[in-house]
Each structure stands twice: as C-alpha cells, then as structure tokens.
Design a protein around this ligand. Structure first.
Ligand code: PCA
Length: 219
C-alpha cells in the first residue's frame, strides 16, 4: 500500500484560518488503497524545514504533497518549480522578512516537482475542480517549503516523490474582502486534493516515471 503525506499551513497575515490546512483536514485517511497522513506546518521560512523533515522521517511516505493558500488565485494550482529565493515584504509568523536571500546558500537555483503536475491538474479538472499548472510558487514561505521538500527528498529519500499545490481562499475568507476576490468552497478544494492523491497514486503504481516523460515535456 502506498502512503502520501499531505501538509497544510497554519493561518498567517490577516486571516484566522488557512484553507490549505482546512482542506487537508477534510481528506479521508484512505483514498482507494492509498494511505493518507497529514501534518500542519508553521508559516516560518527557516522554521518549516525541520518539522517537514521530521514528518518525512517519521512517516516514510511514497510521496509528499504540500498545500498552501494563494489568495487571489481562482483555481487550484499544482506548482511546477520552486526557486532558491526568499523575497517578500510581508513578514512570516516569526516576524522575519527577507529581501532577496537564498533559501540554501549552497543550493541549486531551482527544483522541479517530482510528481506529475500536468496529470494532477488534469485529474482535478476531470473531477470537476478548476485547476491549472502554475510555473511560480512565489517567493514567500510556500516556495520555501517546496524548495526544502525537494532538497530534503533528493538528499535523504530520493525514491520519495514531492510536489506542492496552491489553493485559493475559501468562501468564508472573502466575506470581508473586495467583491472581486476569488474563492472556492473547502469541500470542492478537498475533492481536488483527493483527485491529486489518486493521480499521484497511479503515478507511483506505474513506477514513478521520469518528470519530463510524466509531464510530456520534450526537453
Ligand atoms: N501561503 C503562503 C505561505 C503559507 C500559505 O498558506 C505562500 O503562498 O507563500
């Protein structure tokens, strides 16, 4: 039986909830024959690597899907790439902000997701959940957790696949926001994550093929 570790984030900024953790919490403990385990992560650039690595060490999952909020986006977005950069005016939950620092001084410029992002987006849409591949996870803590995830897996658990999914605000979060702020209901977003788990489960069953083959890239 395959195991997927999902992570979601604690709230940050002006919000008292984070739909990433709320949607992950709605997932069942089993999806088909895939075991689902969950962890909540702090929104702290430098404090997120250790709990993530500990969860991977403890659970020994076949794949890890980290989830985060992307307020302002209208659809679920599996991320293609994490870049070696911390750069946002808004501080993290430890009160720290960065102005163009590397995540790992000795690290590569970027890591590509090792889960099939195009297949994940297609599976979400197939399940009736709006989705699209994204080619930027930003430069705040979500990009950092994705970078740490792929770096940790490469170094300590190269057979484990990793990826990141951004999700929009939940409906309750836009009650106090401008009329044009996009949102989706939490159960629909959880359904999208479930579709992602199934797509990753299939990918794992097929031996977890090479990223470029899996995503259909020709390079
Ligand atoms: N979203 C932020 C960090 C935590 C979260 O849920 C981001 O997109 O970087």
């Amino acid at each position: 039986m395959k195991k997927i570790l999902f992570t979601g984030f604690e709230p940050f900024g002006q919000d008292s909830v984070n739909p990433s953790w709320d949607a992950v919490s709605l997932l069942p403990d089993r999806i088909g024959d895939i075991l689902i385990v969950k962890r909540r992560m702090p929104v702290v650039y430098d404090g997120v690597a250790a709990p993530l690595a500990a969860a991977i060490e403890e659970e020994k999952p076949d794949a890890v899907l980290c989830v985060g909020q992307a307020g302002g986006r209208a659809v679920l977005t599996p991320e293609f790439v994490a870049i070696n950069l911390k750069d946002a005016a808004v501080p993290d939950n430890a009160g720290v902000s960065y102005d163009g620092e590397p995540i790992r001084a000795d690290g590569p410029a970027a890591y590509f997701a090792t889960v099939p992002v195009k297949a994940i987006a297609a599976a979400m849409k197939e399940a009736g959940v709006p989705a699209a591949v994204s080619y930027t996870a930003g430069t705040y803590v979500c990009n950092s957790i994705m970078y740490h995830l792929l770096s940790t897996l490469e170094q300590h658990s190269p057979q484990t696949k990793g990826g990141f999914i951004h999700i929009p605000f939940s409906c309750e979060q836009v009650l106090g926001r401008s009329a044009s702020t996009p949102s989706l209901p939490l159960p629909l977003m959880a359904k999208g994550l479930e579709a992602a788990a199934k797509a990753v489960g299939e990918f794992l069953e097929n031996g977890g093929e090479d990223l470029r083959e899996a995503t259909g890239s020709t390079h």
